[in-house]
Design a protein around this ligand. Structure first.
Ligand code: BES
Ligand code: MN
Ligand code: ZN
Length: 526
C-alpha cells in the first residue's frame, strides 16, 4: 500500500511522563493581539496583523504535559510565526536538543473546521517527517472548539498520519519503513477514543487503497486490476465476490454498459464485479447498495476528448475504487448491516466495434437509450449497474458515486456534488461528509432535469446528453437514477471536480464519507 509500511498509532494522556517522544507537533491558535501601550499610532494598528500566535499558554502547556520546553526563539518573540492556518515553526527543546517541537498554526479557534484541521495536520506532519530525527512523534490534540468532537478529531488524526506518508504504489522512493505517532489527549483514553482510532485507521487504510488504484499509471491499469483488488477482499470475513466476464451475458443483460465496452472487448474486456458484505451472525436487515463508476480509462470514444481533457482520465474509475475500498473497511470493522457493491468495469476505447453516436440501445431496466455522445459513457455503465443491483438485492437505498460530469466540476469545484431523489437519505450522506471533513455541496435534481433527458427519437426513451441548457450534473444524475425502480431512494455523488489534486494526484475524497455513512446507518438504521 501507498502509506508507510508500518504505522503505529497510540493514544495517551498528555502529561509529564516518559512517553519516549523525540518530537512533538503542537497546535497553536491565533489570538487577538492587544496593542502595546505607547505604540498606539494609527500606522502601527493599520499594518500590524490583528491576530497573533497565542503561544504564551502553549509554553507552559508543553512543559506541564510532555515536559518539552522549547527555548525562546526570536522567530516567536518577534512575531514571525503568527499561527496562521497550516503554518509551521520548528523549535528545539531548550534542555534536550534531541527533542523537537513543531508548532502548527491553526488560525482562529472559532473558525476551525474538520476539513481545515485535516489539511493543517497533513502539512504539520509532513514538516515533522522531513526531520529525520523524529521517529516517535507526539501529536498534541488542540483544545476543541465546540463544533468538533473527540471522536471526529481522532478519526481525522489517523487519516492525516496516513496521508502525510502516502505516495503512490509505483513511487520512485521506497516507502518509509515505520512511523510511531502517539495522539496526546487531555484525558485518559477511553474505550470510545480507542474505537474512534480503530475506525480512523480503517478509513485511512481504505483511502490509501483507493488512491493506489486511482494513481496507477494508465498503461498498467486494466479491468482485471479492479477484479484482483476485489478478489483480494474475498478472503476477508463477511465478504463474498462475484465476477461476471462472459461477454455474451454482459451484452444481453447489461446492453447500455456493453455499448461502452464494445470498443475494448479485444484489448481489455469488461467485467461486472459484485461484492457483498454480511457479517457472521449479523442480525440487520438493512441493505445498502454502493455503485461506483469504473471506467478504467476514458478517451471519450469516437467523439474523442481533446488531448488535454483526456489527461487524468485514468482516474475515471475513482468511484469504483472508493466503493471497493469501502468494502475493505467494512471487513475490518464488521458493522451489523448488509452492503453490496457493484462495479461495471470497462475502459471507453475505440476500435471498429466501438459505439457510435445516433445508436439506440436497450438498458437493463428496459428503457431504450439514444447514444448521442460517446463521451457520456459513465451514465451508460451506471444505469445498468443500478438496475441490476436493484433487481438482485431489493436494497433500502442505492448510492452511486462517479467522476461523471465536467458540469459538476464547474458547479461545485473541488468538492463532492451531492444529489439524490430522497431528502432523508441525501441528508444522511451529507451529515456523514461533514462528520469526516469531506467538502460537499448539494445540488437539487428537479423534474425539469428528467424532462431534459427524454429522447426525441421514436425508437428511444432516454438520451445520454442533456437537452436543456446547463444543469449537466443534475441531468446526468437524473439519467443514472432512471435505472432504479420508481420510489427506490437514491443518492448520487459526482466527484469529477474533486477526485484529483491540481497536480493530478488522487485525493481519496468521499472515501471516509462512504464508510461513515455505512457505519451511521448500521448504528441507527432508521
Ligand atoms: N469522465 C468524464 C467526466 C470528467 C470530466 C471527469 C473531468 C473528471 C474530470 C465523463 O465521462 C464525461 O466525459 N462527461 C462529459 C459528458 C458530456 C459529453 C455530456 C462532460 O462532462 O463533458
Ligand atoms: Mn466521458
Ligand atoms: Zn468518463
Amino acid at each position: 500500500m501507498g502509506s508507510a509500511k508500518a504505522i503505529h498509532i497510540k493514544l495517551a494522556r498528555a502529561e509529564a511522563k516518559q512517553l519516549g517522544l523525540d518530537g512533538l507537533l503542537a497546535p497553536v491558535f491565533q489570538v487577538q493581539s492587544t496593542p502595546k501601550a505607547g505604540k498606539k499610532s494609527a500606522a502601527a494598528s493599520a499594518t500590524a496583523s490583528a491576530w497573533q500566535a497565542g503561544w504564551n499558554n502553549l509554553l507552559s502547556l508543553l512543559d506541564e504535559t510532555v515536559s518539552i520546553r522549547p527555548g525562546y526563539d526570536t522567530a516567536v518573540t518577534e512575531g514571525e510565526f503568527d499561527a496562521a492556518l497550516g503554518s509551521t515553526l520548528l523549535l528545539r527543546d531548550g534542555a534536550d536538543s534531541a527533542k523537537r517541537v513543531v508548532l502548527l498554526g491553526l488560525g482562529r479557534s472559532n473558525k476551525l473546521t474538520l476539513e481545515a484541521l485535516g489539511k493543517a495536520w497533513v502539512a504539520g506532519l509532513k514538516r515533522c517527517l522531513k526531520n529525520k530525527a523524529i521517529d516517535h512523534l507526539g501529536l498534541l490534540l488542540p483544545e476543541l472548539p465546540e463544533a468538533l468532537s473527540f471522536a471526529s478529531v481522532i478519526e481525522l488524526a489517523a487519516d492525516a498520519i496516513y496521508e502525510a506518508t502516502y505516495q503512490s504504489a509505483e513511487a520512485k522512493k521506497p516507502p518509509r519503513e515505520r512511523w510511531d505517532v502517539t495522539l496526546l489527549l487531555p484525558h485518559k483514553p477511553t474505550k470510545a477514543d480507542e474505537q474512534s482510532l480503530t475506525i480512523g485507521e480503517a478509513m485511512a487504510r481504505a483511502k490509501s487503497l483507493s488512491k493506489d488504484l486511482i494513481n496507477m499509471p494508465a498503461n498498467l491499469k486494466r479491468t482485471t486490476t479492479l477484479v484482483e483488488a476485489a478478489q483480494a477482499l474475498a478472503k476477508k470475513p463477511g465478504i463474498t465476490v462475484q465476477v461476471e466476464s462472459d461477454i455474451a451475458w454482459i451484452e444481453r443483460e447489461m446492453p447500455a454498459f456493453f455499448s461502452v465496452a464494445r470498443g475494448a472487448v479485444a484489448s481489455d474486456p469488461p467485467k461486472f464485479i459484485t461484492l457483498h458484505y454480511k457479517p457472521k451472525g449479523g442480525k440487520s436487515k438493512t441493505h445498502l447498495v454502493l455503485v461506483g463508476k469504473s471506467v478504467i480509462f476514458d478517451t471519450g470514444g469516437y467523439q474523442v476528448k481533446p488531448g488535454n481533457s483526456m489527461v487524468t482520465m485514468k482516474g475515471d474509475m475513482a468511484g469504483g475504487a472508493t466503493v471497493l475500498a469501502t468494502m475493505a473497511a467494512l471487513a475490518e470493522l464488521q458493522p451489523d448491516i448488509q452492503v453490496s457493491a457493484y462495479l461495471a468495469a470497462t475502459p471507453n476505447l475505440i476500435d471498429s466495434h466501438a459505439m457510435i453516436p445516433d445508436s439506440v440501445v436497450k438498458s437493463t431496466c428496459g428503457k431504450r437509450v439514444e447514444i448521442r455522445h460517446t463521451d457520456a459513457e459513465g451514465r451508460l455503465t451506471l444505469i445498468d449497474a443500478v438496475a441490476k443491483a436493484a433487481a438482485d438485492t431489493e436494497p433500502d437505498m442505492i448510492l452511486t458515486i462517479a467522476t461523471l460530469t465536467g458540469a459538476a466540476m464547474r458547479a461545485v469545484g473541488r468538492t463532492i456534488a451531492l444529489m439524490g431523489n430522497n431528502v432523508q437519505w441525501r441528508d444522511r450522506v451529507h451529515a456523514a461528509a461533514l462528520a469526516v471533513g469531506d467538502p460537499v455541496q448539494t445540488l437539487e435534481v428537479v423534474d425539469e432535469d428528467y424532462e431534459n433527458i427524454k429522447s426525441k427519437m421514436d425508437a428511444a426513451d432516454l438520451i445520454n446528453t442533456n437537452q436543456g441548457e446547463n444543469r449537466g450534473a443534475q441531468t446526468a444524475a437524473a439519467f443514472v437514477m432512471s435505472g432504479a425502480p420508481e420510489g427506490l431512494p437514491m443518492v448520487h455523488l459526482d466527484i469529477a471536480g474533486a477526485d484529483m489534486t491540481k497536480d493530478e494526484k488522487a485525493t481519496g475524497i468521499s472515501q471516509k464519507t462512504l464508510i461513515r455513512f455505512v457505519l451511521d446507518v448500521a448504528s441507527n438504521p432508521k
